[in-house]
Ligand binder design. Structure first.
Ligand code: NAD
Ligand code: TYD
Length: 385
């Protein structure tokens, strides 16, 4: 079918959730790398959206910010018509598991209904064009959490059978199973249930209407501009200010960490070269027990602040475990490496050092977020435009 042709002349692209953590890295990469593309960042600016994340590119000719809710179907359809949009890279979502446990409705609304609203707007607009779906792309960014949780069969860690440039020097795997693209969906949290549902809708739009969709499922990201409710930025900030570090349960849960810019590079590659209707898992074979990563954070912050290394280990405070806390995530990304030649660029030890340095050097960014001041940035920047 013609619509399975690779995209090579994509010009007008909506990136949703571009003011968030991963989205801001994707917007920056596309705006800088593709001056011939028009990049439209559609973001509602919820508590997680921060335009200060994009200060360095906000005046570029090929960048437009639109404040809007992806659930607003009419607005999305008008936006697609106005900008003659031929590609959507969809990152907007409610993304924090703990919030989803408290308020699942918001997650169903944005992650499920919001995705459906984008899909339906894209369908109506693209089907109205003479070329229909030719040269179009709907790329949905998802998570490994839709696959559920893996068992911790090797709590002390074994030599990982696979590595990438991103793998930590310790090369540990904490079990023998990994999430493959074919792994059955088995989400546990309201967050992952909503993401799973949105993934199904995206695939249904390909299977039913022939929309050229792609879905990718990535492991935990770390790096600059992450909202400090997630483990790594929260703990770096708390260590700096010598506040308690709330470790859920024993801290034995395992996450597979990838530097955010390596995720953004994968998204660029897959958006342009990925096979329509396909799924790619993204991850660097880099598993860490929470408690071990927390030790690395304490040692690194202390060293960089000229404190005695490990001086702040006493901040570790074990608190009640998260409800339904998934034990282990571990992505098998060999398909992406083999088929599209993706390789992460940054080894974990380098990446975490760079990340800690960034948060310590950008205390103003952190203060604006923790004080809530970042929410006035839109008013001051865009009110006269
Ligand atoms: P984030 O919470 O930092 O950012 C989400 C962005 O979406 C914010 O800018 C927010 O304002 C915007 N948004 C929320 N609701 C919206 C709505 N209704 N309309 C328009 N915009 C809205 O999230 P993130 O960590 O950058 O994650 C981005 C995407 O990547 C999500 O889809 C998430 O599921 C996925 N993902 C995240 C990770 C991770 O480790 N953070 C890993 C794999 C996949
Ligand atoms: P998080 O950054 O919320 O990502 P996710 O739940 O999507 O993997 O949490 C990473 C891990 O850290 C997870 O196992 C929960 C744990 N955690 C804590 O122990 N304490 C905390 O304060 C937070 C936010 C997370």
């Amino acid at each position: 079918m013609s619509h399975t042709k690779l995209v090579n002349n994509m010009k007008n692209i909506i990136i949703t959730g571009g003011a968030g953590f991963i989205g801001s890295h994707v917007v920056r990469l596309f705006v800088n790398k593709y001056p011939e593309y028009n990049i439209i960042n559609l973001d509602k600016l919820t508590y997680a959206g921060n335009l200060a994340n994009l200060k360095d590119i906000e005046d570029k000719e090929n960048y437009t910010f639109v404040k809007g809710d992806i659930c607003d179907f009419e607005m999305v359809l008008e936006l697609m018509k106005k900008h003659k949009v031929d590609g959507i890279i969809h990152l907007a979502a409610e993304s924090h598991v703990d919030r989803s446990i408290k308020d699942p409705f918001t997650f169903a609304r944005t992650n499920v209904m919001g995705t459906l609203s984008l899909l339906q707007a894209a369908k109506i607009y693209w089907e109205s064009l003479p070329e229909k779906y030719e040269g179009k792309r709907f790329y949905h960014i998802s998570t490994d959490e839709v696959y559920g949780a893996l068992e911790l069969t090797n709590p002390e860690g074994i030599e990982s059978p696979f590595t990438t440039k991103a793998s930590s020097a310790h090369h540990h795997a904490y079990g023998t199973e990994f999430f493959l693209e074919t792994t059955k969906y088995n989400p546990h949290s309201p967050y992952s249930a909503a993401k799973a549902s949105s993934d199904h809708f995206v695939r249904a739009f390909h299977d039913t209407y022939g929309m050229p969709t792609i879905v990718t499922n990535c492991s935990n990201n770390y790096g600059p501009y992450q909202f400090p409710e997630k483990l790594i930025p929260l703990f770096i900030n708390n260590i700096r200010h010598r506040k308690p570090l709330p470790v859920y349960g024993e801290g034995l849960n395992v996450r597979d960490w990838l530097y955010v810019e390596d995720h953004a590079r994968a998204i660029d590659l897959i958006f342009h070269k990925g096979k329509v209707a396909d799924t790619y898992n993204i991850g660097g074979f880099n598993e860490w027990k929470n408690i071990d990563i927390i030790h690395v954070l304490i040692n690194t912050v202390d060293r960089l602040l000229g404190r005695k290394e490990g001086e702040d280990l006493n901040l570790i405070t074990h608190v009640t475990d998260r409800m339904g806390h998934d034990m282990r995530y571990a992505i098998d990304s060999r398909k992406l490496q083999k088929e599209l030649g993706w390789e992460p660029s940054l080894q974990f030890e380098e990446g975490i050092e760079k990340t800690v340095r960034w948060y310590l050097d950008n205390q103003e960014w952190m203060d604006n977020v923790t004080s809530g001041d970042y929410q006035n940035y839109y008013e001051s920047m865009y009110k006269n435009r």
